[in-house]
Write a protein that binds this ligand. Sequence first.
Ligand code: SF4
Length: 379
Amino acid sequence: MTEPLGLYVHIPFCASICNYCNFNRGLFDADLKRRYVGALVEEIRRSDGSPADTIFFGGGTPSLLDPSDVEALIAACRESFSVSADAEVTLEANPDSVTVDRLAGYRQAGVTRVSFGVQSFRDAELLRLGRTHDARGAAEALGMARTAGFDNVSLDLMMWLPGQSPDEWLESVERLIALRPDHASVYMLELYPNAPLREEMARARWTQAPDDDVAHMYLSAMERLERAGLDQYEISNVARPGCTSRHNLKYWSDGEWVGFGCGAHSTRGGARWKNVASTAEYVDLVGRGSPAAIDVRVMSRQEQLEDALFMGLRRSGGVDLPSVGSRYDIDVWSYYGPQLAPYLDEGLLIYDGGALRLSRPGMLLAHEVMMVFISPDVR
Ligand code: SF4
């Protein structure tokens, strides 16, 4: 039986643009937001009633939506899919765009989980990133979410920030732990080629920590988070027992999901597609009754297998080779074993005949190891 779908809803609006951000987003415009929400409802309503058990509002800044917008979108999902009663419904939020009332409104609308983009608990670092909240505001936002009744709250942190020392990074980790979130994501800052932050770094002579320090920063953070009861379940994600992100696990477990909104990606039934990236074009296409997808690709069985292995290795528990093998009718170990052997010898990979997984040092070199699974013609 096919597993229930994950539903992703993209909200491309932000109150201001951070200087490192390469996501599909633009400045908030109330009229465009109103038309966009209408188009989203319309696109969702074209669906076929399949079972789904997660909804994820990602962005952008979904917390710029009014609770009534979120309610309308969740209602459209429930009308157009068979959404389970205990579905996980996540909303990404910026700490400075919420109040207790607003968060209570989201909860009333059906949101079960809030994920705050905190990034750092040091004000100097937040300023460098062009973030509009401060560390105190981030702590207050988590308190507001608790007051509004949320028992599943996630905080995102970013490491390898310009001018950030290992001690400064670990200070943010400690402050996150002290707030007792249920889930946390720890990402490395990735600077795209023309990011305005690059220019500011050159002007101010900020540098990023050298590789050895980055390894120490990552490994120490994971150890510290684990000691605090936040177990690592994916390269960048930790959670208290029972609080893993069911939606994101679909990406790492060979699951299927449908994305709505501009630039949203979908993977379903052996095909992958992407919606048009521009917000205005998306509203226009949907308004004319046209599909929003511009790039539909049927994946070969080999590509699906590669994806299942590549993404599955991100999970701390790794990939269960016998079950992937039976799904794709292949002896995975015989096929990839010779290329994987050097990584096992170096202690970067662990294989016990069942699950193949990365050791924690292996997680630092995950991309290199995972490339074993990608056919040479697409490398
Ligand atoms: S709030 Fe998030 S999506 Fe918006 S500009 Fe900043 S990093 Fe990008």
